[in-house]
Design a protein around this ligand. Structure first.
Ligand SMILES: [Zn+2]
Length: 156
């Protein structure tokens, strides 16, 4: 059993150009259990990332905490990878798990990230939401195409 730790920082998120995660600091604590052709990576991710609120677009510090198990098999057969199972050529001596760890951070985020779940439990920018609602109301009421159709029906 071997233990490692590393951090996912600004550099990692910049390189990734993630649509959701703008920046972040996430500690990865990794335990590797190794047998001849099979490695088990057990790791925790803990820290915070910057995401936008899905309600009001405010930038948030969002907490990250998850546990991931990944199996790596050394094999020269062509086998398709799965979410938690990766195949590597049997002569592999090094493997960079940064991408997998970044993926895990993204996957650990809920479908919607909102102010109230952020680290500081902020409140949404109500003014922004009101402005957006007012704008979409406007759009809803102006449908020139529909008005033309209504006229058509009236003629019949
Ligand atoms: Zn918000």
């Amino acid at each position: 059993m071997h233990e490692y730790s590393f951090e996912l920082t600004t550099e990692n998120w910049k390189a990734r150009e993630s649509a959701r995660i703008k920046d972040g600091n996430v500690l990865v604590l990794l335990k590797v259990d190794k047998s001849e052709r099979h490695l088990t990576f057990d790791y925790t991710i803990k820290g915070e990332v910057q995401v936008d609120c899905d309600n009001c677009l405010s930038r948030l510090q969002y907490p990250i905490s998850d546990h991931v198990t990944l199996h790596i098999k050394l094999s020269d057969e062509e086998i398709e990878d799965e979410v938690d199972l990766i195949h590597l050529p049997s002569h592999t001596t090094q493997w960079d798990m940064t991408d997998h760890a970044c993926d895990s951070v993204e996957l650990s985020l809920p479908m919607k990230t909102v102010c109230s779940d952020s680290i500081n439990r902020e409140e949404c920018d109500e003014e922004y939401i009101e402005r957006m609602n007012a704008r979409s109301d406007d759009e809803d009421t102006h449908h020139p195409e529909w008005d033309k159709l209504k006229d058509l029906f009236k003629q019949n």
